[in-house]
Design a protein around this ligand. Structure first.
Ligand SMILES: Nc1nc2c(ncn2[C@@H]2O[C@H](COP(=O)(O)OP(=O)(O)OP(=O)(O)O)[C@@H](O)[C@H]2O)c(=O)[nH]1
Ligand SMILES: [Zn+2]
Length: 196
């Protein structure tokens, strides 16, 4: 059911015109006349995650894996998100590991879970937790580890103006939290950081 409090597309486009005027522009000049429409369309893309239920991606599992019970790692999952404080891009990579408990998921589904959370307004810590909690809740593996490396444009193109800074966050659950060897093996597999 659609949310009756949600603004219409016309209202969203009018808000973009207001911002353009506030920046000192004339939204009626040729180059800008279609910009509110383009921005609304871009928002539908950047924030498409609100319409998705990430749990759905993990519903289909496979059990014919000949008893495979070791670490499964998907590293370097690129994502694009936006920080909820400044609405500025966060560009980065997520790395996910889990210890299966009798069933596995198609690996693309882990990347889909990342996107479903990334395409929202985010704080990196929250996104890291959301991804790990979703995998734990739905797949119920023996453990999950999520590490995210993000570059925050609110720190590079404005404010403190620091380039080349990465924020690294991690969330470890189950065996990844309790067993130092599992955690170490995961971190060795993903080998986070430049120069690897
Ligand atoms: N912990 C955390 N902080 C973030 C994230 N994205 C942006 N921030 C920070 O959120 C903070 C918001 O601080 P405020 O003081 O309210 O905002 P501000 O005046 O624009 O701060 P400056 O960025 O320092 O100019 C800033 O320090 C940002 O660097 C994130 O994902 N996690
Ligand atoms: Zn920010």
């Amino acid at each position: 059911m659609s949310d009756p409090t949600r603004p219409s597309r016309d209202e969203a486009e009018a808000a973009v015109r207001t911002l353009l005027r506030w920046a000192g522009e004339n939204p009626d000049r040729e180059g800008l006349v279609d910009t509110p429409k383009r921005v609304a369309k871009a928002y539908q893309d950047w924030f498409s995650g609100y319409a998705l239920d990430p749990d759905d991606y993990l519903a289909r599992t496979f059990e014919e894996v000949c008893g495979y019970d070791e670490l499964i790692v998907l590293r370097d999952i690129e994502f694009e998100s936006h920080c909820e404080h400044h609405m500025a891009p966060i560009i980065g990579k997520a790395h996910i590991g889990y210890l299966p408990d009798g069933k596995v998921v198609g690996i693309s589904k882990l990347a889909r879970v990342v996107d479903a959370y990334a395409r929202r307004f985010q704080v990196q810590e929250k996104m890291t937790s959301q991804i790990a909690d979703c995998i734990q809740r739905v797949l119920q593996p023996r453990g999950v580890g999520v590490v995210i490396e993000g570059a925050h444009e609110c720190m590079t193109t404005r404010g403190v103006h620091k380039r080349g800074v990465s924020m690294i966050t991690s969330k470890m659950l189950g065996g990844f939290r309790d067993d130092a060897r599992t955690r170490a093996e995961f971190l060795q597999f993903i080998d986070v950081g430049p120069g690897r």
